[in-house]
Design a protein around this ligand. Structure first.
Ligand SMILES: [Zn+2]
Length: 441
């Protein structure tokens, strides 16, 4: 059984984590990098496969999905259908999970009402990470998952270097929910751009974290086990070191590191905005196994998750759907996607609160005109995020499509020139990767 478990774990990691960025490009781009009008009708648009097709041995296998197993084990996935009732209110921001980045919150940062702010009309960066590698010796230990960890994760040291550099390059965290508003006209929902005002010289950046569910495979491979609240009421991580020590820390995951960074550098955050946390549901959220509804400790897990979510929302973090079972929206049928979305809303949105933002698993997006796109909109998602190599934001009459750049081992090793506006990837890359992996040969 053990080999089987390992094989399944490897497969899931490859599909799920790698998959966050298996596809690139939310639209056709001209060679100079500008974004031409996108056209669904012509079938142009989304993307090409990227490096993943070469590096992921499991890529060609279509479906053994993490969610699959969990869905079949976890009861009737269809039980939640019919609960798609979370249409956003006309005021999207007030209805959105984590629209907490407001003046006076506990997140710190610069208030948007400050007089020295100026309108900003340039590109908006959006980068994403997976949970950090806390223990490189577990992540890069030469086991079958090491390659995936080397490709798709960053270490604590790398993340800190990236944040330092973003700050030095005048980036400033903003809340994705703050750039648009939803209006209703003639009975139709419409998205409208809101003016973004920043301190002069600052550039906006959205930071998101995918799959911060702390999946079972992550617990064995050097990630945290869960988010917890420490003795001071702050978000920390619980992890187990390679020596078996149980450790609570505020210095080894994106959330507490950014929280503390903004305390020291308030001008790194507009209105206390921190980041966007994109969650699935099939193995619970944030390290709490809220998927096991029949488990004796279900209520305890749920309350644990709710405490963390409340604290996150009051400190500038917001949430997005990453699907329930991390399905590939482009590959699955309409019914399956609709069911998956409903189950996410039933099991996860009931914990996080409503959100308008959908982050496509595998970066695999569907397009306006596709019934699946309409289904996501009908479920209340207005901002649909894919993966691409450069800032990309497309306003549709009723929705908004945005690309995010993946920041991980692959990016650090192969996309130095594209990242140079944000950081020097060569300087950021943690030598511990090569040291550990080389020592295995
Ligand atoms: Zn993902």
């Amino acid at each position: 059984m053990k080999w089987l478990k390992i094989a399944i774990a490897v497969m899931l990691m490859n599909l799920i984590v790698a998959g966050c960025k298996a596809t690139q490009g939310s639209g056709d781009r001209t060679s100079d990098g500008s974004v031409p009008e996108w056209s669904a009708a012509t079938g142009k648009g989304k993307g090409q496969s990227t490096q993943m097709s070469n590096t992921d041995p499991f890529k060609s296998g279509i479906s053994p999905q993490g969610g699959e197993a969990a869905i079949s084990e976890g009861g009737d996935a269809s039980g939640s259908s019919g609960k798609i009732d979370g249409r956003p209110t006309p005021d999207g921001s007030s209805h959105n999970a984590g629209s907490s980045a407001v003046p006076g919150n506990e997140g710190g940062g610069i208030s948007q009402t400050d007089e020295d702010l100026v309108p900003y009309h340039g590109p908006i960066e959006h980068i994403f990470f997976h949970p950090l590698v806390i223990y490189p010796e577990l992540a890069f230990d030469g086991d079958r998952m090491s390659r995936g960890y080397d490709d798709w994760f960053v270490t604590v040291k790398e993340f800190k270097a990236i944040i330092d550099s973003l700050y030095k390059h005048n980036f400033m965290l903003i809340d994705l929910n703050s750039i648009y508003e939803l209006q209703e006209a003639d009975g139709k929902k419409q998205t409208k751009a809101k003016e973004l005002r920043l301190p002069k010289g600052k550039k906006p950046i959205v930071l998101s974290i995918d799959d911060m569910n702390y999946y079972d495979y992550m617990l064995q491979n050097g990630n945290a086990n869960k988010l917890v609240i420490d003795d001071n009421g702050e978000i920390a991580t619980y992890s187990v070191s390679p020596k078996g020590e149980k450790i609570t820390s505020r210095d080894n995951e994106i959330v507490p590191i950014l929280d503390d960074f903004v305390k020291v550098h308030p001008d790194f955050s507009l209105n206390g905005a921190k980041g966007l946390i994109a969650l699935t549901g099939y193995e619970g959220v944030l390290g709490y196994r809220t998927n096991k509804k029949d488990a004796p400790n279900y209520e305890e897990e749920k309350q644990g998750a709710l405490r963390i979510i409340d604290r996150l929302k009051s400190t500038g973090w917001s949430f997005a759907s990453h699907g329930y079972g991390h399905l590939d929206a482009r590959k699955v049928g309409l019914d399956r996607l609709t069911e998956d979305t409903a189950r996410w809303k039933d099991e996860v949105e009931t914990l996080t609160g409503p959100t308008n933002i959908y982050v496509y698993p595998f970066g695999s997006s569907v397009l306006p005109g596709d019934p699946k796109y309409a289904a996501l909109l009908k479920a209340g998602f207005t901002v649909l995020c894919s993966v691409g190599p450069a800032p990309y934001l497309k306003w549709m009459p009723d929705s908004l499509m945005m690309d995010r750049r993946h920041i991980d081992g692959i990016a650090l090793k192969t996309q130095q020139s594209k990242l140079v506006d944000m950081f020097d990837a060569n300087e950021v890359l943690d030598p511990v990767r090569a040291e550990l992996l080389d020592s295995m040969h």
